[in-house]
Design a protein around this ligand. Sequence first.
Ligand code: COA
Length: 171
Amino acid sequence: MHILETNRLTIRVFSSDDLDAFAAIEADPDVMRFFASGPRSRETAARAIAWYRTLQEQRGHSFWAVVHKANGRLIGLCGLIPQRVGGVDEIEVAYRLDQSHWGQGFATEAATAVCKWGFEHLDVPRLISIIDPGNIASIRVAEKNGMRPVDQAEYDGKVCHIYAVTRDTEH
Ligand SMILES: CC(C)(COP(=O)(O)OP(=O)(O)OC[C@H]1O[C@@H](n2cnc3c(N)ncnc32)[C@H](O)[C@@H]1OP(=O)(O)O)[C@@H](O)C(=O)NCCC(=O)NCCS
């Protein structure tokens, strides 16, 4: 199922056919550096795709597949996922990309489009990103998404920055 398009990217619902490409991304220690789990197995990647599909059916949004239009390759994921932060239900804009595609503006392109989709389709006052303070690339993507640090919270076993953008913030 197609969700949205940007200049260079198609963003769509994950399918089980994405497993090979997705499992390779999840197995890369550099991609998973800021996640407590570290690199993930193919089996875990398969379970994740199943969960993303369930989330999509239940809520109409999820982690989505990011596909490079030029060659049709899956280059990562980006999406809107439910999070509970400090006892409050929030929606997070989250992203991770295959390392060979870093530094070319793809995460910014995907995240800003997904953020816009979120405000158009979901009745939420704000969207957040939960970011390890050492993850400079992710902080830059959040800033380019109009987000600012608003809080800190324990997440994934460590204290993270909570970045947020409100509906009325200019993009
Ligand atoms: C975070 C991530 C998605 C960024 O992807 P990307 O496509 O390289 O990001 P962009 O090209 O859109 O770059 C966004 C900004 O970050 C900067 N940036 C990218 N990588 C950087 C790095 N390693 N160190 C410092 N800045 C970096 C870019 O220069 C750009 O800022 P600028 O426009 O001011 O120059 C990618 O690094 C990734 O997948 N990391 C692993 C997973 C992860 O940590 N996800 C976030 C969890 S909160």
